[in-house]
Write a protein that binds this ligand. Structure first.
Ligand SMILES: *[C@@H]1O[C@H](CO)[C@@H](O)[C@H](O)[C@H]1NC(C)=O
Ligand SMILES: *[C@@H]1O[C@H](CO)[C@@H](O)[C@H](O)[C@H]1NC(C)=O
Ligand SMILES: *[C@@H]1O[C@H](CO)[C@@H](O)[C@H](O)[C@H]1NC(C)=O
Ligand SMILES: *[C@@H]1O[C@H](CO)[C@@H](O)[C@H](O)[C@H]1NC(C)=O
Ligand SMILES: *[C@@H]1O[C@H](CO)[C@@H](O)[C@H](O)[C@H]1NC(C)=O
Ligand SMILES: *[C@@H]1O[C@H](CO)[C@@H](O)[C@H](O)[C@H]1NC(C)=O
Length: 762
């Protein structure tokens, strides 16, 4: 490639993970861009010794943190090391480049899920892909604290995390987009498919901006003993609930691979699961996908449930069963060669893993002359995508006496521990540094740039007076701040009560044992409500909160409740704008908000979706505080739907297609967004003959629409027989003949009186 000197002068140095940059290597066939990728991969792999191969598929501790997975390069061929793991769940997990140039951090995945907006999910992926490539182009580091090693950002990203938000107690709920998993199309799978499509968008030369790997594959949602637990999961539940979202994401977005999870299913660890990794993923869904392990999962094989007798066994079992790259422990580099000698695995299996993984780096352009040179991070456009996403992921749960929107120019007290919190508003997996606003923040997590809820309210309350006091901590017995907070609340016209949980309560490694508000928050809230002031309760959390006592009261004054999940960097600003009516773009709950008693009815380690009281809106038989899909608006919408005649293509036996036209009318006086949801369930006659569980209802499509006052927005839902299938006892999708029910609803089914129900014969 020819570049003029003038053009090169202002560009950053070449990324040092790039191969084919030395004149010696450029003469080799694997660097020859005129050859096909397969020819080039064959050439590279054919030059490697067995020792070089095993060093390329596991971490080298002398190069950096083993979890970050710096795999050894082949210096004699001009192939440098590669660091595989950069997190990409809410942002590119990078160090800030300089003040104001930090990764754009999106609102927590629950907020993203709540928007039910495919365009927003894809746009988020697009921003992550661009910033990933930009950090890489700038030769930038993952973690500024890790000065000892050159942990340069390589464009291989881990996230989205799409484990089902199966139980509100799961410590990593804040990383997940919701509780809905059903393959066609639904929430988590669609979220991942759109996000990954954005992340892996191609540049003008045909190279994806980055490669995206899904987490954590699969059936992972308990932290306690996560490295060795085995869960009992039926084939029905495995396929319907724990695999479906991955299947959708692989089939429709070409995700590059997945990180296998710590846990085991029915005694088989995820990173040594031949059926899931080889038969399903590589056999049926995507031949070229690769599997990397969660940190240390290969060494975990030495313990329960499989107790591999030697490190050679552990390494060989993982490799033979479909794992390509080890992370966080170093059994592949150190023991695979002797495993070959002992006959536990073969050089061919090692070569295949090297070929698959290096092939992906060829598609990424690692062995081509660098093309993309852009360095766009935290651009105006990226911030717009981020803010627009934040506006769409808040959920209005209650708005008695239309107390919202708030009026600017009022006396407002923002009380509660989350009102002034900054770090407390973030979900797990933001950038290594979320912001760098001045020198003091460089090198450690810095949260100055996070907009607090009190700051956001104050910014909107123009001409008014905003006071703030936390009252109580998120979780302590300290009562010393209560009097001041109650005094400010009593002096105000309106109270914003900001409660919730932060990373001290739910976190990777910490599950909650209780779902109610921790510490003194609940009793403090009751004291505030007893003042009789119009009050808006704002909740911030990953896993849902059981606020029974704050929902079911007859309040003396107007009362509103807003679920804000994890606002992260700028979500509180979007909340402020929305509370004051500048936006009316509410989302819908992507999870069930269970009443407190739920946790005593269903064990966390019970992975059966339907036994007992059941889990998620698909199987829960109890009465939740708020159902999946619930969410109000400042305006009034009305839904009507009409069936077009079922069309049957081809022979009489051909698949039927169903078409429904829905109108949403905005009967109020302000513009707003509404989300239409389409649920399927089998009729009673079918249900009576089943030998396996069937969901009470399952979301099969959704559409978000913006409607101006007095107008209507329309959407045509197109279905096929495939949408009427359910998963049988063997994990297969089947269409049962007989009556099927379709319900079109404005969010949750069975809540509004304008649900449109249709009966279809299959
Ligand atoms: C780890 O990396 C260092 C530096 O490149 C190298 O000298 C060493 O051989 C590598 N170790 C292994 C086991 O490949
Ligand atoms: C992004 O840029 C804006 C405008 O320059 C700045 O206010 C903000 O702090 C930056 N954020 C990050 C995370 O770098
Ligand atoms: C799984 O099933 C086995 C055998 O029935 C039982 O011993 C074990 O306790 C179950 N594990 C869980 C986590 O329920
Ligand atoms: C696959 O892993 C299991 C443990 O999950 C192990 O018992 C089995 O031997 C492995 N298969 C091969 C071919 O190594
Ligand atoms: C939707 O609105 C259009 C235009 O008013 C009307 O023709 C159509 O019948 C409506 N459909 C339904 C299902 O209400
Ligand atoms: C969906 O998200 C995109 C990107 O944020 C936005 O432009 C669009 O208005 C949203 N659609 C609806 C109906 O809210």
């Amino acid at each position: 490639m020819m570049l003029t000197v003038a053009a090169v002068a202002s560009l950053p140095p070449l990324p040092s993970y790039w191969a084919c940059t030395t004149s010696e290597s450029l003469a080799l066939p694997f660097c020859n861009t005129a050859l096909s990728i397969d020819q080039r991969v064959d050439d590279l792999v054919g030059r490697l010794t067995l020792a070089e191969k095993v060093a390329m598929i596991g971490p080298n501790g002398t190069l950096g943190n083993e979890c970050a997975d710096h795999t050894t390069g082949v210096p004699r061929l001009g192939v440098p090391q590669w660091m595989w793991l950069t997190e990409t769940n809410t942002a590119v997990n990078s160090a800030c480049f300089k003040p104001g140039v930090c990764a754009t951090t999106f609102p927590g995945p629950m907020n993203m899920g709540a928007s039910f907006n495919r365009t927003s999910w894809r746009a988020k992926g697009g921003v992550l892909g661009s910033e990933m490539r930009a950090f890489h182009n700038m030769n930038w580091q993952r973690n500024i604290g890790d000065q000892q090693h050159a942990s340069l950002i390589a464009p291989t990203g881990f996230g989205p995390n799409i484990n089902i938000a199966r139980d509100p107690r799961f410590g990593r709920s804040s990383e997940l987009p919701g509780e809905d998993e059903r393959e066609d199309p639904l929430l988590s799978g669609t979220y991942a498919a759109e996000m990954v499509s954005g992340m892996q968008e191609k540049d003008a030369q045909g190279h994806p901006k980055m490669l995206a790997y899904l987490k954590h594959f699969t059936a992972y949602s308990v932290e306690t003993n996560r490295g060795h637990d085995s869960y009992n999961i039926s084939l029905h539940d495995l396929h319907e609930t724990y695999l479906a979202q991955y299947e959708l994401a692989f089939l429709s977005s070409g995700a590059s691979g997945a990180m296998c999870s710590y846990n085991a299913v029915n005694g088989v660890p995820s990173c040594a699961n031949d059926y899931v990794l080889n038969t399903l993923l590589k056999g049926k869904w995507q031949r070229d996908a690769i599997i990397t392990t969660d940190c240390g999962a290969v060494s975990n094989l030495r313990g329960p449930p499989v107790n591999a007798p030697s490190p050679e066994h552990a390494a060989a079992w993982a490799l033979n069963n479909g794992t390509d790259i080890e992370m966080g422990s170093d059994l592949f580099p150190n023991h695979l060669m002797s495993a070959v000698q002992k006959g536990l695995t073969t050089e061919a299996a090692i070569t295949a893993a090297v070929r698959r993984t290096q092939r992906q780096l060829f598609t990424l352009g690692r062995f081509d002359p660098p093309t993309s040179r852009h360095t766009t991070i935290n651009s105006t456009e990226h911030r717009q995508v981020q803010y627009e996403a934040a506006l769409q992921g808040l959920v209005l749960l209650k708005n008695d006496a239309k107390m919202l929107p708030l009026r600017a120019g009022s006396r407002i007290a923002v009380v509660g521990p989350q009102g002034s919190a900054k770090q407390g508003l973030v979900s797990d997996y933001y950038g290594d540094e979320i912001c760098w606003t001045d020198d003091k923040c460089h090198g450690t997590d810095c949260f100055d740039c996070i907009v607090s809820i009190a700051e956001a309210v104050s910014a909107q309350n123009v001409g008014g007076r905003t006071t703030t006091a936390k009252g109580v901590d998120v979780d302590s017995a300290d009562t010393s701040g209560i009097n001041l907070a109650l005094k400010l609340a009593a002096e105000a016209e309106v109270v914003v009560l900001a409660l919730g949980i932060d990373k001290s309560i739910e976190h990777e490694g910490i599950d909650r044992v209780d779902t109610s508000l921790p510490g003194l928050q609940e009793s403090f809230a009751l004291q505030v409500l007893a003042l009789g002031k119009p009050t808006v309760l704002v909740l911030t959390n990953g896993g849902a909160l059981a606020i029974d006592v704050l929902v079911s009261r007859a309040e003396p004054a107007p009362y509103a409740i807003v679920e804000a999940f994890n606002p992260n960097q700028i979500g509180a600003a979007a909340l402020g704008e929305t509370l004051f009516g500048g936006a009316n773009r509410w989302g819908k709950l992507p999870v069930t908000m269970y009443e407190h008693a739920f946790i005593s009815k269903k064990e966390m380690t019970d992975f059966d979706m339907s036994s007992g009281v059941g889990r998620t809106y698909r199987y829960y038989t109890g009465m939740p505080l708020y159902p999946f899909g619930f969410g109000l608006s400042y305006t009034q919408f009305h839904l009507t739907c009409q069936a077009s005649a079922a069309r049957r293509y081809g022979t009489p036996a051909g698949a039927a297609n169903y078409s429904y036209a829905c109108n949403v009318t905005n009967q109020g006086s302000i513009s707003g967004d509404e989300v239409l949801m389409l649920y399927h369930s089998v009729g009673d006659a079918i249900r009576a003959q089943l030998d396996h569980p069937a969901p009470r209802r399952a979301l099969i499509d959704f559409q978000r629409l913006s409607v101006v006052p007095g107008a209507r927005a329309s959407h045509q839902f197109e279905l096929s027989e495939k949408d009427l299938m359910i998963v049988n006892a063997n994990g297969e999708k089947v269409l049962y003949p007989g009556e099927h029910h379709l319900v079109f609803a404005r969010g949750a089914a069975g809540v509004n009186d304008d649900d449109a129900t249709f009966i279809v014969q299959a």
